[in-house]
Design a protein around this ligand. Structure first.
Ligand SMILES: [Zn+2]
Length: 277
């Protein structure tokens, strides 16, 4: 029934506008709720690098029971745990990590940036400093973030070679069947002196990536990979090797260089894989 309603609304062109409206309502309600309930936790502790608010703790998010086994058994670094959302602006830990990397490792002023599946806080930061083109395979889903978002298939980009100074594809490859093709396309459109942030959920416990690239069974995907639209869980070593196969130099930045950003409530143990040509 749910799928039929979805298809019907898609035909009418109402599915994504309704989703945007629904998401905005939920966000407004959540923001009000957390600002109120975390008021007593205001003070020294974590500082959100987007809004500057500081709290002794941020809002946690734990995996739901349907996905818990996939996440916990494989020890996936997927953004769950304590201190995930800023209680004031609702930025997520993975957005705050990207911002810390941008502010400290990648100059963006007046650069040309390609931002896949744009996250609201990251996009708002970028658009004031650089020329940003946002893209997604389902652009309607992100219209409430950037109304000018373009449709793009990451495995077949319609941009010339060497087009962008910076590319941000934060948590997209785990959705894409032919991920190596997408990596090669991103490599192609990145300028020779450019930089790319290409984070994915990954496991350091896994020796090899577990995947079913062409699976189309949302419940099974949730059970196996921890989300209804994921097709794999990367083993970190394998992920880095795939990026290198696509042509990238992949610099894995770990605890020793990210530790100083812990006060922004970024995720424990998460590495940043900084890519260049
Ligand atoms: Zn914030």
């Amino acid at each position: 029934m749910k799928e039929k309603l979805k298809t019907f609304l898609k035909i009418l062109g109402l599915y994504h506008p309704l989703q945007s409206f629904y998401r905005n309502c939920i966000l407004f309600w959540l923001k009000s709720y957390y600002r109120l309930t975390y008021y007593s936790h205001k003070g020294k502790g974590f500082i959100c690098n987007f809004c500057g608010s500081s709290y002794q703790k941020f809002v946690p998010e734990y995996p739901e029971k349907e996905i818990k086994t996939a996440i916990n058994t494989n020890e996936v670094i997927a953004g769950y745990g304590e201190n995930v959302y800023c209680p004031n602006c609702l930025s997520k830990n993975r957005e705050r990590l990207v911002l810390a990397v941008l502010q400290n490792f990648i100059p963006i002023e007046n650069k040309k940036i390609l931002h896949f599946s744009p996250e609201k806080h990251v996009y708002n930061y970028l658009k004031n400093k650089a020329t940003v083109i946002t893209v997604d395979i389902m652009p309607g889903f992100y219209k409430n973030i950037d109304s000018a978002i373009l449709h793009a298939d990451a495995t077949n980009l319609r941009f010339p070679d060497n087009s962008f100074d910076v590319i941000i594809a934060n948590h997209i490859f785990e959705h894409i069947s032919q991920d190596l093709l997408a990596m090669k396309e991103i490599y192609r459109v990145l300028k020779n002196d450019g930089a790319a942030i290409l984070q994915v959920p990954y496991s350091e416990k896994l020796e090899t990536t577990i995947e079913e690239p062409f699976i189309n069974d949302p419940d099974e995907q949730e059970r196996l990979f921890g989300q209804k639209d994921h097709v794999r869980i990367y083993a970190l070593k394998d992920y880095v090797n795939r990026l290198k196969t696509a042509g990238f130099k992949a610099d894995v930045i770990g605890e020793e260089r990210l530790g100083r950003f812990k006060f922004h409530a970024i995720q424990d143990k998460e590495c940043v894989i900084l890519c260049s040509k």
